[in-house]
Design a binder for this molecule. Sequence first.
Ligand code: WQD
Length: 344
Amino acid sequence: MKQKIIVTGGCGYIGSHTVVELIENNYEVVIFDDLSNSSSETIDRIEKITGIKPTFVEIDLKDELATNKAFKIHNDAKSVINFAAHKAVGESVQKPLMYYKNNLYSLINVLSAIEEQNIDGFIFSSSATVYGTPNSLPITEKNETQRPFSPYGNTKKMAEEILDDLIKSNKNLAAISLRYFNPIGAHESGLIGELPTGVPNNLMPYITQTAVGIREKLMVYGNDYPTKDGTPIRDYIHVVDLAKAHVLAVDRIVKKEQEEAFEIFNLGTGNGYSVLDVINSFEKVTNSKLNYEITGRRPGDVPQLFAAIDLAKEKLGWVAGKTLDEMISSSWSWEQKYRATHKS
Ligand code: WQD
């Protein structure tokens, strides 16, 4: 009998890649998604990759009644992975209440519903942005969290605090928070990948959209940082490596192997790459010249972020395996394949 996992936001970038890995590890998956930043076409693409079509429930998790009803129907789920959230840093600065409402109302409704239905495992999609400007590098899970620059980042920090309080009050519930560094790349099939709505915030999709002709040129936000080439350094991690870590976290929680009721893991490669490293790698991998211009700094950017990866290696038995070139090559393949059938 397959064990059922509910994946909120499972039609999204990281969610869809995680659903593929869960199915391929013999879990039954139910996706809850409002399709506000994704398409139901992703369900068919997941089926093409895995041969199995996950159950899909189109739902607004800000709607408490609908959320309770959906969880009651699927109360045989062994665990829930919560990806559902808005995630555009820049947009969150412009529309903070939309972010606090969407990301936290939905989280609280989901947590209330799993308490009500006695579902005892919860995995949270968090972010390295909760560390703010790190006071030491590489960043370990023991680094203190700081007030993130953006409301988006603050919803992640607040969500972890809500989780921590809930776990203390409900001895039956176990939770794992996974703090992503910079997810990029796409599934080798080229059928699923990152598809930001509107103008991309993030570096990788902006690069591939520039190369494919949707954007005129990439603006490099500052080269006067205290780094090797003046551009900010990030820990880019392949989305499939990230997805595999989620399966290991689900295994851990379902098998009740956790050592603490609430565990937190960084998900990164432990390597830092600058913006110019990424551009140079893209040009090498694609054998092309990228059109870019150095401009001023972007507010809120920190000089360096890269992960200490020992804890996830020790407790989850997980290490990211893919190289920067592999990440970039897979992003490019996805962009080209997608634009071959979708003009914009
Ligand atoms: C990376 C580097 C930019 C775009 C954010 C969130 C994090 C996660 C990932 C959601 C920076 C530079 C970027 C561009 C550029 N979000 N850049 N020109 O800011 O590290 O992290 O996205 O899951 O929580 O905080 O990622 O890709 O936006 O930027 O020069 O057009 O690329 O300055 O140095 P970031 P990013």
